[in-house]
Write a protein that binds this ligand. Sequence first.
Ligand code: OSB
Ligand code: MG
Length: 377
Amino acid sequence: MVEGIMRIEKVILHRLNMELKTPFTTSFGTIHNKDFFIVEAIDEEGRSGFGESVAFSAPWYTEETTETVFHMIRNFLLPLLFKNPVQHPDEVSVLFRAIRRNPMAKASVEGAWWDLYAKKKEQPLAKLLGGKKKEIEVGVSVGVQVSVGAMLEQIEAYLTQGYRRVKVKIKSGKDIEIIQKIREVFPELQLMADANSAYTLQDANHLKKLDAFSLLMIEQPLGYNDFAEHAELQKKLATPICLDESIASFHDAEQAIKLNACQVINLKIGRVGGLTEARKIHDLAVSKGIPLWCGGMLEAGIGRAHSLAISSLDGFVYPGDTSGSDRYWKKDLIKPEVTAEYGVVKLPEEPGIGFAIDREQLEKVLINRVTILNSHL
Ligand code: OSB
Ligand code: MG
């Protein structure tokens, strides 16, 4: 089928700052605000497609930041795309191969192209990606708390809201006892732990103690770019290892699986460079019998909508970290907001990401906007 060229007249980068309802603490520190970009691509017919840059303002999770994303989009990604217009969003990631790494910058642009394409085709993004699910199971990720009591209270509150899978952040000194206590109080809870690279292989015997608490998995215990040591650790642990930070591309996923570095993959669209790459990893994981789930980056509504769309694919078997909007924000950027009932989010049926942008709310959290015209049109 010959398809039309996607003619993008301009791209608006909306820089926003949104305050989290409650600060989120990981093994690296505490996040109070999300300072990020919404990428709005506008075509010749005046249609808008939206992507969200999921990078944080500091490079603690991976190397990208809000500022590096802006730099890459403005100076490299858009000039390349404007010069080489595509017919289908799958071609965007092929073009972007000419630029090394920077997956979050790439994903934010590619996401806008996907949304626009889906809207043009009048199809929900999830369906276009090949997703069959109508509902997405979601859990909640709980940051490091000041005390065990605070952690139990927090979990209780989320269970009351209907969430049925809980992930807790752990780090040295805030791990075994906390998990043990949670297990005592919630013996049946689907529970997992995320270390964000807080340990080394020397902690193997310490981490082995977690095997007593039937965790669904332990996420990224070791180095953010490691495979070999995770493989070694996995041999010693009964608890399945899930990789997050280590998987930044299809090639990384291939390596991790080949080396038995993990039994589960947390897939984040931004971390792997976009929806096309995410779908490739999905297909690989399914063919290798590696279950997936969709992680989160404390996204606002647009990023969340993209995550929900990819989660509709069959290989996403565990509940994701893509909780409802109200777990993060007093008011989100989309209408309606994402709502989870009994830990389930219903996928929208409207074209594209399926949520409308709340322009009024966008203005309230706007820091500035930069418009980049396509001089090649
Ligand atoms: O490691 O999965 C992670 C939040 C920020 C950065 C990294 C991570 C997380 C989370 C929360 O665990 C995910 C979310 O609720 O969006
Ligand atoms: Mg993680």
